[in-house]
Write a protein that binds this ligand. Structure first.
Ligand SMILES: Nc1ncnc2c1ncn2[C@@H]1O[C@H](COP(=O)(O)OP(=O)(O)O)[C@@H](O)[C@H]1O
Ligand SMILES: [Mg+2]
Length: 340
């Protein structure tokens, strides 16, 4: 009702003033300038009344929003640190999924079923599967973003439910599917991984992540400005910087969720080789989520997901020989004559 009524009042007033003022001007009792001034003042007064009535419309809306915001703020997380956490002993890096089943809150079907593997220090786990097969869901269970329904996730032999969350997160370097950079410099972005990282360490991480060349090409080097969201870098450059940021961290498990997808085949291969050759990373557990067979082929263990179910586990050659789903993925990615 408000807008039509207000517009009617304003337009009606305008017409009335024009009508009345027009007659006065015709009778030479008033000057045009005075009429215009009068209209302007009248409109200002009316506008203010309109604003005032708007407030009465917005107050209930604001109230409803405030209630909802408070609901969200008061929400308690279901994933909590245990009251008496078991401290991480100085164990060697390990990552185990013990017959894990997981369901998103309120979902009918489990998002993951029967996921089972055991990775030791120095090994690389690759996860492959179509879009929506549950790859990101699987890696999100490692830092305990969600709790499993059945089975257990173990980092360094410790069930993630038994350890302090902060301590767990310190053991895990995680590159999410959507790489995010923050406004600041390249250096400040890299130091999110480790506050005390020296320039040498940063350059080394950039080198492993194949990001050294395009950073070194700038005269500012590590002081090169990163715009909000990393908008002044290409998708592949952003991914490599996010990878470098994770590598700076001294973690037990390094997780790359589809982080190689925006890289060309050559850079992808060079990056994986550099991870293998790196003194630190080669002693830890590396988890690579990928869409491309070439990205996952040389992993120690490949887990094949199909609709949330683990349908295969093994090395490239075994899976290619025995696993239907894996063979389909391989066949869909090679063209005639490309067979290797
Ligand atoms: N936060 C969520 N809540 C409910 N369902 C989700 C959520 N995230 C993902 N899913 C569902 O879980 C399935 C697997 O998703 P995801 O792990 O992101 O797949 P992938 O990374 O393999 O492409 C999809 O069917 C998706 O719709
Ligand atoms: Mg994903």
């Amino acid at each position: 009702m408000m807008m039509p009524v207000m517009t009617l009042i304003m337009s009606g007033t305008n017409i009335a003033i024009d009508w009345w003022g027009g007659h006065l001007i015709a009778a030479q009792a008033m000057q045009t300038g005075n009429l215009i001034a009068f209209i302007t003042y009248a409109m200002q007064i009316l506008m203010s009344f309109m604003m005032l009535s708007m407030i009465f419309v917005f107050i209930p809306r604001a109230q409803a929003s405030a209630v909802r915001i408070n609901e969200v703020l008061d929400q308690t997380t279901t994933v909590k640190s245990p009251a008496n956490p078991t401290p991480f002993a100085d164990t060697t890096p390990e990552l185990q999924f013990d017959h894990v089943q997981f369901r998103y809150h309120g979902a009918e079907d489990p998002a993951l079923q029967g996921v089972d593997f055991d990775m030791k220090a120095g090994q690389t786990l690759a996860i492959i599967g179509g879009t929506g097969s549950g790859k990101s869901t699987l890696v999100n269970l490692i830092p305990r973003f969600y709790d499993v329904e059945e089975g257990a996730v173990k980092v360094n032999g410790m069930n993630v439910k038994d350890v302090d969350l902060d301590e767990l997160h310190r053991k895990i370097a995680f590159v999410p599917q959507k790489a995010n950079l923050f406004s600041g410099t390249v250096r400040s972005n890299m130091q999110y991984g480790n506050d005390d990282a020296t320039d040498d360490e940063i350059w080394h991480a950039l080198e492993v992540a194949q990001a050294k060349d395009f950073i070194a090409a700038n005269p500012e080097g590590l002081d090169y400005q990163v715009e909000q969201g990393g908008d002044n870098f290409s998708g592949g450059q952003k991914q490599r910087l996010a990878i470098a940021r994770a590598l700076i961290k001294d973690a037990a498990v390094y997780v790359f969720d589809d982080s190689f997808s925006a890289l060309d085949f050559k850079t992808d291969a060079e990056l994986r080789q550099a991870l293998k050759d790196d003194e630190k990373i080669s002693q830890r557990v590396v988890v690579i989520v990928g869409q491309r067979v070439s990205t996952v082929a040389d992993a120690d263990t490949i887990v094949v997901l199909d609709n949330g179910k683990m349908v295969g586990r093994g090395k490239h050659a075994e899976l290619k020989a025995n696993n239907e789903t894996y063979r389909e993925i391989v066949n869909s990615q090679i063209r005639e004559g490309d067979e290797k």
